[in-house]
Design a binder for this molecule. Sequence first.
Ligand SMILES: *Cc1c(COP(=O)(O)O)cnc(C)c1O
Length: 417
Amino acid sequence: MTTKNYFEPALTPSDPSDTDRWIPGLIRTLREVVGTGEFVPLHQPEIGDVERGYVLDCIDSGWVSSVGRYVDQLEQMLVDYTGAAHAVAVVNGTAALHISLLLAGVQADDEVICPALSFVATANAISYCGAIPHFAEVESTTLGLDAEKLAAYLQDISVSDGNERRNRITGRRIAAVVPMHTFGHPVDLDALVDVCCRFDLPMVEDAAESLGSYYRSQHTGTFGQSAAISFNGNKIMTTGGGGAILTNDPVLAARAKHLTTTAKQPHAWAYHHDCVGYNYRMPNLNAALGCGQLGRLDEMRSRKRNLAESYRQALSSVPQVRWINEPPNCSSNFWLGAIVVDGGLEARDAVLAAANQAGIMSRPIWDLLSGLPMYRQCPGMDLATSCRLLEQIVCLPSSAALGTQSKMASPGAAGVG
Ligand SMILES: *Cc1c(COP(=O)(O)O)cnc(C)c1O
């Protein structure tokens, strides 16, 4: 694992707004890494013969819906893979997050801290509880919640009566903190766990992007009270659509299972539901696909790490961009490779235009959640770093298949760094 130059911004003595001068070289460098394919998509799933076999077996068994042995098997495989004590498979990552928040006791009119720089699902899941997202700042090494700034901010704007913590300004209860591991890179979990302890707030990890990512050798999604994982088609492994809740708490795990299966009390034939439940259970058919995918997750992960290393080495020769590397003491799944482009919005957009024009699919990061119409009125701290990163980040093609290509085909990626 290399963390060399990790903290160094992509500063260059030349004028970075002079994009015509350096972008052609950047595109050539990217080409050397991603190979000669006419069009290189951002992220493609890989479905193999094992998955095919499991899905056919599932169809033949007749158990294609919300009960079946593949659901149980996938949950057990997740427990084995992540080291979490319990896993509950659900229909998607957003549902996993929704239930995780309910498990943390989030209620209507509560506020929940989450990063402004995240996929919309993070804030949506908070809204499904009737709660209000409260947007916090990220830092530029992990792209995740800035623990130090969050601590200072909570110190400033919140008060506790020894039982509940409230926002002094809005009067609403602050119910939880939801860090997100951006692109698979773990946030500074030690620091965030400390902040959550100090302010007595439960932590729910949005680990949708970080299956296969470790912080100090411990799998992400096992640090908070519970966590949400996603198996959407664009994630590191897929079940078509799907997700899972991870927790170490047996009571929460049982509650998660109950809430995601319409809150039906176990009984041989009667339908008795004891609270408002959700039809969030993952179908067996999707779980069959998931068992095949999870069986070769480590192999896909290792090719994604190869690809990341090729990007890192090749891009070290382009001073106008900084490759986003894994944070210190972390081993990332490198779900989505990304660069920080020096020179602001104009340079970023010029890179996006040139790369897409060249058939190298690339994307900006999500708009800040705090700017979306439905969340514009929500409380939030100073978001200067989030704003700056939004204007600088470009996501690059990251399919595991790209990590298989021979280094011989990419002379620019060899022998550098
Ligand atoms: C993908 C994703 C989700 C939601 O997962 P779905 O399975 O698409 O519902 C939530 N949060 C983040 C950060 C994600 O990237």
